[in-house]
Design a protein. Structure first.
Length: 119
């Protein structure tokens, strides 16, 4: 799995951080090795902090959850990917035009709140 993520990071274009949610979802729904590597590599890079939202304007169009972050509390990358994909599938076409990283981070704040790690 680590090898697949590493390959995904190499294959993803430099401007991947500007990928729309619809484009990201498209990669995640395809079964090719390339698309799955982009899907998982993008998410891994976002979670590791190697990728940050570039579309500041999108932050104003999305009602962000807890601004302090999220707590993954032992969730695996495939589990997180499934949660992210399900959330994106429920969004409108207009929402899917927003930068993927913005919507993913917002979803993580909502689906994996910091309260999960409060104990």
């Amino acid at each position: 799995m680590k090898r697949l993520l590493w390959i995904g990071a190499l294959l993803a274009p430099a401007a991947a951080s500007a990928m729309s949610a619809g484009e990201y979802l498209g990669h995640c729904q395809q079964r090719t090795t390339y698309d799955q590597a982009v899907c998982m590599g993008y998410l891994d890079a976002l979670l590791e902090g190697r990728l940050r939202p570039t579309e500041v304007a999108s932050l104003n169009t999305v009602a962000l959850g807890d601004a302090d972050g999220y707590c993954l509390n032992g969730a695996t990358l495939p589990q997180i990917r499934s949660t992210v994909v399900l959330r994106l599938l429920r969004m409108s076409a207009a929402q899917k035009q927003i930068e993927a990283s913005v919507l993913i981070l917002d979803g993580l704040r909502r689906d994996y709140p910091l309260a999960n790690c409060a104990n």
